[in-house]
Design a protein around this ligand. Structure first.
Ligand code: AHR
Length: 336
């Protein structure tokens, strides 16, 4: 099934034709195999199904890499375990797939398995979260979000809001609920908040807890925090699921979530439900993290099939929504 690019080159050379490499570029194996209708086989290791965002991301991959579009997608849900992802990637290598795509749970721990993929001559695309490897040429490209930029936008928005409210000098008590520790989504968004806190002596980090990017975990940790204090100005959640869980806990405890006269809740993702909370004023700011990455992956694979060079890093355009400017139309237009 795998496109045997080098095999064609060897066959050309064995046939005694001149300029093997030039021929290889002009008549790649992919072309001849496509003519007889072979699908492009893609092994995709998805980190899990921990959030609405993740479900939308899986759907986007499935619809872009569909049979109709000429793909055979082997989808594996790692249930939020890195070991499962490594096992799935190893299986893809054994299956001799054409491309491996994965959305890594965390940034580190990928060197050996990616070396195995390279030894098997299978190109690897990393999507959604980035990775840290000794040799960046172990994977072909990264397609995803600039999480640090997302966090910086949230911090800048908060700074502006507090200034407009005349609270630039007030003590601001912040609760921080983090995503999966070690994931680039957590690392970037956390780094932005921590830098914001270090630059504002009146911003106080009251609690920093892990919410696993899930509504249930955030509800649990927020409930525990509320037993210790109700004196809270800002809750910075690293995704919509966490924001919803934290809001559930705060509202149950009688706290109001509202940017003007309550707790300021900041969130990331901007799912339809997250935006609905934003319009209701319960989420003050929702920074978009776009899960619709399937078409970008398909486009990149098509370029590689044509032998074209691809961008090493593709950051998807993202925006932000706040409770003051969001409209119902924006929510209705949301695909996830
Ligand atoms: O890596 C992207 C993050 O992971 C999203 O913010 C979150 O919802 C998801 O689970």
């Amino acid at each position: 099934m795998k496109r045997v690019f080098t095999l064609v080159c060897c066959l050309v050379l064995l046939a005694g034709l001149p300029g093997g490499c030039a021929v290889q570029a002009e008549v790649p194996a992919v072309e001849s195999e496509k003519k007889i209708g072979n699908p492009i086989v893609v092994g995709f290791s998805q980190v899990g199904a921990e959030s609405e965002w993740r479900v939308a991301n899986s759907e986007s991959m499935k619809s872009a890499l569909s049979e109709q579009n000429g793909y055979e997608l082997i989808f594996d849900d790692a249930r939020n375990e890195q070991e499962n992802q490594i096992r799935a990637i190893r299986t893809f290598i054994q299956q001799d797939v054409d491309y491996i795509v994965f959305s890594p749970r965390v940034e580190t721990g990928w060197n050996s398995i990616l070396q195995e993929a390279r030894d098997a001559n299978i190109p690897v695309l990393v999507i959604d979260r980035d990775i840290e490897v000794v040799d960046r040429s172990l994977y072909t490209a990264y397609i995803g979000s600039d999480f640090r930029k997302e966090g910086d936008r949230a911090v800048a928005w908060l700074e502006k809001l507090l200034s407009e409210q005349g609270k630039s000098e007030d003590d601001i008590r912040i609760i921080h609920i983090q995503g999966t520790l070690g994931s680039s989504a957590q690392i970037g968004r956390t780094a932005a908040l921590e830098e914001g806190i270090s630059q504002h002596t009146n911003w106080q980090l009251i609690k920093q807890e892990q919410g696993d990017f899930t509504r249930a975990k955030a509800y649990e940790v927020m409930g525990t925090i509320l037993q210790e204090t109700r004196d809270i100005d800002v809750v910075y959640c690293e995704n919509d699921g966490e924001a919803l869980g934290a809001i559930d806990a705060m509202e149950e405890a009688g706290l109001k979530c509202n940017a003007d006269d309550g707790v300021i809740v900041i969130s990331f993702d901007a799912t339809r439900l997250g935006l609905t909370y934003c319009k209701e004023g319960r989420i003050a700011l929702n920074v978009e993290c776009n899960p619709l990455q399937g078409p970008y992956v398909a486009e990149m694979i098509q370029k590689m099939e044509r032998g074209e060079t691809v961008e090493r890093e593709k950051y998807i355009d993202e925006t932000l929504f706040d409770c003051y400017s969001i409209t119902q139309k924006m929510i209705d237009e949301r695909g996830y």
